[in-house]
Write a protein that binds this ligand. Structure first.
Ligand code: CAA
Length: 379
């Protein structure tokens, strides 16, 4: 077993670290406060190849492995999880699904600009009444011969307004249950497609989360992904990889808060010495460091399995479950280490604490991850 990152991995990690420090850190507090979408930063990430990281270069991607993806997601998320969620959704839920299951025409038309970062994509599964229970889709896509007629509402869609391409999951035949679900490529601007107002969120406030409404949207037949009835499996397969992205986001939020706590504990003095010389703080830092390392190992293990074409549904669910809990716990403790300063925006840890919570909710709540894990365990 080799725990050593390659020279290439280290270079990619350093590039992401530099990007986060130079491009994301300035303005991160303001973007959070004003819910400002990081359009400029996302555009640059595209130019750096971070939006189609794992896509084959013949489709405009960077052709990197999932280990590199974990490293990049951790570094970006240390500074701005509102940016890293856009990176994760575009890479894992949009590009990966299209590369694996899209037709050659779909790849040329949609995957190439998405992987190059010329446009960004959104993944539309959740509905007002179907979040965790993903088979209960109410959005319908009726087969009209040469096109499908799409009607319904999607909720909490990341990049809901900024995206140009949307992968929409919808029910085409209710009688068939999950086997009657399909996935469609929908373009912004198709008549009948409207974007609802932006959600005013607790965390990741820079990312634009919207509901989407579809009223008699005509989706061309060639925009269905895969065979008829493949949509639910398409969603499950893409989410397997997506959970590696969100697990790594949680890891980054935790390690970002931890690094700030270590630094602050060396600067702040109390009772005549730096607070890091007090055992009460040392024990907190030791717990944080241990749990973050364990989360990192789970993320890298899931990525390694994916890179080596081995089943990774359980591993990615475990990584997401554990890393998101570590993110929540670590950020709360980092605020505590900072005392009163931790509660104000200038010190960053309160934002990381707010951002951490979503990692226990999206791409399947912690309870959903436990369902996925226990089903594998009991197989
Ligand atoms: N790969 C392939 N097939 C899979 C699969 C997988 N990982 N998981 C399930 N399936 C298949 C099953 O084999 C089954 O097919 P057969 O009947 O042919 O055997 C079919 O799909 C139905 O599976 P289940 O009976 O297990 O379905 P279920 O109703 O019990 O649900 C679930 C399973 C795991 C709970 C699933 O509903 C789920 O993952 N829910 C959470 C959805 C989710 O993560 N939503 C997040 C939205 S995306 C998001 O948040 C993006 C963002 O903005 C950041």
């Amino acid at each position: 077993m080799n725990f050593q990152l390659t020279e290439e991995h280290l270079m990619i990690q350093q590039a992401a670290r530099d990007f986060a420090q130079n491009e994301l850190k300035p303005g991160v507090i303001e973007r959070d406060e004003h819910q400002k979408f990081p359009a400029e930063q996302v555009k640059k990430l595209g130019e750096w190849g971070f939006l189609g990281m794992m896509v084959d270069p013949k489709y405009g991607g960077a052709g990197l492995d999932a280990i590199s993806y974990v490293l990049v997601m951790e570094e970006l998320s240390k500074i701005d999880a509102s940016v890293s969620v856009v990176v994760s959704v575009n890479n894992s839920l949009v590009c990966y699904g299209l590369e694996l299951y899209g037709s050659e025409e779909q790849k040329q038309k949609y995957l190439v600009p998405l992987a190059k970062g010329e446009i960004i994509g959104a993944f539309c599964l959740s509905e007002p009444e179907a979040g965790s229970d993903a088979t209960s889709q109410r959005t319908t896509a009726i087969d009209m011969g040469d096109h499908y007629l799409l009607n319904g509402t999607k909720n909490w869609i990341t990049s809901g307004n900024s995206a140009s391409v949307y992968l929409v999951i919808a029910q085409t035949d209710v009688a068939k249950g999950h086997k009657g679900i399909n996935a469609f490529i929908v373009e912004k601007g198709m008549p009948g497609f409207t974007v609802g107002p932006k959600e005013n969120k607790l965390g990741i406030r820079g990312s634009d989360t919207h509901s989407l409404m579809f009223t008699d949207v005509k989706v061309p037949k060639e925009n269905r992904i895969g065979e008829d009835g493949f949509g639910f499996k398409f969603a499950m397969k893409t989410l397997e990889g997506g959970r590696i992205g969100i697990a790594s986001q949680a890891l980054g939020i935790a390690s970002g808060a931890y690094e700030l706590a270590v630094q602050y504990s060396k600067e702040r003095k109390a009772f005549g010495k730096p607070i890091c010389d007090h055992q009460a703080i040392q024990f907190k830092l030791a717990d944080m460091a241990t749990e973050i390392e364990a989360a990192r190992m789970l993320c890298l293990k899931a990525a390694w399995l994916k890179d080596n074409h081995q089943p990774y549904a359980q591993a990615s669910a475990m990584a997401k479950l554990f890393a998101s809990e570590v993110a929540m716990k670590t950020t709360v403790e980092a605020v505590q280490v900072h005392g009163g300063y931790g509660y104000v925006k200038e010190y960053h840890v309160e934002r990381l604490m707010r951002d951490a919570k979503i990692t226990q909710i999206y791409e399947g709540t912690s309870e959903i991850q436990k369902i996925v894990i226990s089903r594998e365990v009991l197989k």
